[in-house]
Design a protein around this ligand. Structure first.
Ligand code: SF4
Length: 145
């Protein structure tokens, strides 16, 4: 699945839930997206819920963003070539907890050690009911490549 297809599919699921929560305050919406609540009330939102596992082993994991607004990707053509591999994604703030992983043809950002978008404090800072709006720069050209 390309980055863009994942974004499109995720945005659909996210906006359907938001429609349902239209009477809630911003804070109540963010609380609703707590991993423990989502697992019970929105079992189809994430394939990990059925397996009872988290993408990051942390307390108070919040699924509101799931993806990170600092992530940058460019499907297919990539940003540039490094050692014959296409750079398809990177972290725009160069998080100290971010890594890369390489396939035969490409280099990808590895966020598995970074908790930024899963913490309530950060979600409150960037909150918008329109998930696409929060993620508006993710699929654009990054500034710091
Ligand atoms: S933040 Fe993690 S557990 Fe929550 S929906 Fe995204 S991948 Fe699933």
């Amino acid at each position: 699945m390309s980055y863009q297809s994942w974004m499109n599919a995720h945005n659909k699921k996210h906006s359907l839930i938001l429609k349902k929560l239209f009477l809630l305050s911003d804070n109540e919406i963010i609380e609703y997206f707590k991993y423990e609540n989502m697992k019970i009330n929105e079992p189809d939102f994430c394939p990990l819920y059925a397996k009872n596992i988290k993408c990051h082993e942390m307390g108070n994991l919040n699924c509101y963003l799931c993806a990170c607004p600092h992530f940058r990707f460019r499907d297919d053509v990539g940003f540039k070539e490094i050692d014959g591999k296409k750079l398809l994604s990177f972290c725009n703030i160069n998080s100290k907890n971010g890594f890369i992983f390489k396939t035969k043809e490409a280099i990808h950002q590895d966020c598995s050690n970074c908790l930024i978008p899963h913490k309530k404090q950060y979600i409150v800072k960037v909150f918008d009911k329109d998930w696409n709006q929060v993620m508006k720069d993710v699929g654009r050209n990054g500034e710091k490549v």
